[in-house]
Every structure is written in C-alpha cells, then in structure tokens.
Design a protein around this ligand. Structure first.
Ligand code: FMN
Length: 357
C-alpha cells in the first residue's frame, strides 16, 4: 500500500480533534509517520487540580481516537489502534487497506461534527424507546471493557443532580478552583471562533442575571464576599433543578482505573454521545464533582480543600455511588434528554500535526 495523502490524513485528524475535552482544552498533538498516526497527549493543557491521574486528558484522547477510527473507516481504511506509553504518545493508529463503516457506525460517523454539549434545561420527558434501547445495548455490550448505568427515576435524577452541583458549591467558594475556572472562560465570540482553548461564556447557558453577575464573580474578593452569604449554595440548587430536567443520567463506572481504561472510557463516551446525537438527543457531561472527589484523594491537594469541602464532596460522591449499586467506581456522569439547540457551540483550533519521514 502506498502513502496516504496528507489531505486524507488531515481529514482523519480533523475529526479526531473535534472530540470533546475538559473545558475545551484540546489536549492533543499528532505525529504522522508513513501511514501511522501517533496520538500525543498534553495534560498540561488541562485543569491540573481536577485532572486526577491525567484521567481527563486521557478520556479526551480516547474520544479523539474513536472519531479518528470512524473517519478512517469512512475513507476506506482499516485503523489498527495500539495503546502505548512512550513519552507523550498514548496510542498509534496504523491505517491499512480495506476498511469500511459497519451498519451501525454510519450514523455515528455522520454525527461527528454535529455533536456538541448542550447545557440548557432539557424537557422533563422520558427517553423514547428506540434511543433508550440503543443506549442500553451499548451500555451492556462491554465493547470497551467499561460499564455504565442509566438513572431514570424522578427522585434519583433530582438527588443525583443536586449531588453533582456540589462542584459549583465548592468551586465558587474555593480560591484555587475559582481561579482555575475563570481562567478558562472565553468572554468574546471572536476568541471562540478562533478555536481558542477554553469555555465560551455563551455555551454555559447562564440565565441573564447570572450572565451579568459572572463578570464580577471573576474577581475573587467579590466571589468570596458572596460565598460568605451562601451564594454558592443558591447557584448549586438552581443548577440542580436545571440538570434534573434531563430524561436520564448516564454513569460510566469501572472496576479498575488505569491509563488504558481512561482511553477506553473516552472511546465509550464518544460512542454514546454520537449515538445520542444521531437520535437527536441533547447531551452534557456533568462530571466536575466526580473528578473533584477523586482528586481530593491525592496528597498534592492536601492544602487546597478544607475538611468541610471534603465532607461535602465525599457525601455527594457516595450518593452517585449508591445509585450505581455495586457496578463499580463512577468516573464520568452525563445527562441526556431533549432540548432546543444550544445558544452557541465551542470551536476548535487547527490541529497540530507534524509529518515526519
Ligand atoms: C473528561 C471531560 C470532562 C468534562 N466535564 C464537563 C463538565 O463537568 N461539565 C460540562 O458542562 N462539560 C464537561 N465536558 C465537556 C467539555 O466542556 C466540552 O466537550 C468542550 O467544552 C467542547 O465542547 P463541545 O463538547 O460542545 O464540542 C467534559 C469533557 C471531557 C472530555
């Protein structure tokens, strides 16, 4: 087989880099040797405190690998992915001849550039039978070696939603988290269109008064003063109502969390998200609290959180854990449902690709 043209390789990598990543950090870089694409991860682009064991970065890379595999198949190549650990390289994908998308994968491939986060309120309705069955089939397939549980009862949705917004409750009153959160906000449309790393303010779907307040909240002295009179709790309760409007929460669980597992979780999440998109469903990862609970175990965060914050987060994590029964350790939570289109979406920068001989 001859060399694949740089244009086709770029097409595969452009699909890879449209994958989701924490705060749209786009923590990847690509090296191409002959017909092999190397996936390099850049954990320094992610939020250092929340990125426990670089899990957020690895999950994003897993999602990008899933997209690349689908794009390669769509172009007629057979992608042979190998996870490796060599410097910053986490995986290689050799493109061989003779691939094609299977029946169920066509709709996933078509959804690659339609997929986006939707942080609006969703309509409080149950999932339709067909998407629900497809999603449950994926959850039980064990294709990626990770498990997932679908939470759907009203009471469980409300309690899970509130547990998840412990993230806001802690982040708005903790100086270090506050600093990291506001550092990653993009305030202008032009920065977003350029594909700069970060979260465009309009994608956060804040109600108008909160949007106005947000510019002041950026100032820690102001945020701290508000924290003293219970503002973070109020935000958390309001957001919980919004999150509970979902038809379901999906919780991705694992028995053992290691590097390969995180990459597989990324592939799994992207598969679920593309499937949801193909069914016209809205989707949002809501996993800050879970990441916070895991990162709090790390010795390096010892001085960042108070005992009160730790207790609050531990209790919230235990609520989610209780709802997944003995299925495993929750790593990612997402909400799923029906909504109108988001106000805006996040763009990507041109992927960093080095072609080497
Ligand atoms: C590991 C990981 C964690 C994430 N956590 C959250 C989260 O807690 N809340 C949220 O709204 N989005 C979360 N996201 C979604 C990203 O913010 C989103 O993918 C990114 O901003 C790009 O936007 P897009 O998904 O619309 O393309 C997460 C994504 C990944 C990969």
């Amino acid at each position: 087989m001859g060399l694949i043209s740089p244009e086709l390789i770029t097409k595969i990598i452009t699909s890879a880099s449209s994958a989701p990543s924490g705060d749209n950090s786009q923590p990847w870089r690509f090296v191409v040797r002959n017909n092999i694409i190397e996936f390099h991860y850049l954990p320094e682009k992610d939020n250092a405190i929340l990125n426990y064991e670089n899990s957020g970065t690895l999950i994003a890379l897993g999602a990008s690998i899933k997209n690349a595999e689908l794009e390669a198949l769509a172009l007629g190549y057979n992608p042979k992915t190998k996870y490796i650990q060599k410097g910053s390289c986490v995986a290689t994908m050799e493109l061989q001849e003779g691939g094609r998308l299977k029946k169920g994968e066509l709709q996933l491939h078509e959804a690659i550039f339609k997929r986006h986060s939707n942080r609006k309120a969703y309509r409080k309705i149950a999932l339709d039978e067909e998407p629900r069955t497809d999603i449950l089939n994926l959850f039980s397939s064990n294709e990626y070696g990770v498990g997932a549980v679908l939470l759907e009862s009203k009471d469980v949705l409300q309690k899970t939603a509130r547990a998840l917004t412990t993230m806001e409750e802690v982040a708005l009153g903790n100086q270090k988290l506050h600093e990291l959160f506001f550092k990653d906000i993009l305030w202008s449309e032009s920065e977003n269109r350029e594909g700069k790393n970060g979260m465009y303010i309009k994608t956060l779907e804040l109600p108008p008064p909160a949007q106005f307040l947000f510019r002041f909240l950026k100032n820690w002295s102001f945020a701290r003063a508000l924290a003293k009179i219970g503002f973070p709790k109020l935000v958390a309760k309001t957001n919980a109502k919004q999150n509970a409007s979902a038809s379901a929460f999906g919780v991705v669980v694992v028995r053992r969390a290691d590097r390969e597992t995180y990459l597989n979780i990324g592939k799994f999440i992207e598969h679920a998200w593309l499937l949801a998109t193909a069914h016209g469903l809205s989707f949002q990862i809501v996993t800050g609290m879970v990441f916070l609970a895991r990162t709090m175990k790390d010795e390096s965060t010892k001085n960042i959180f108070s005992d009160k914050e730790r207790k609050l987060v531990d209790r919230s994590y235990d609520i989610v854990k209780k709802y997944v029964g003995g299925a495993g350790e929750p790593i990612i939570v997402f909400r799923l449902g029906t909504s109108s289109e988001p106000t805006d979406i996040s763009y990507r920068t041109k992927p960093d690709i080095s072609f080497v001989k």
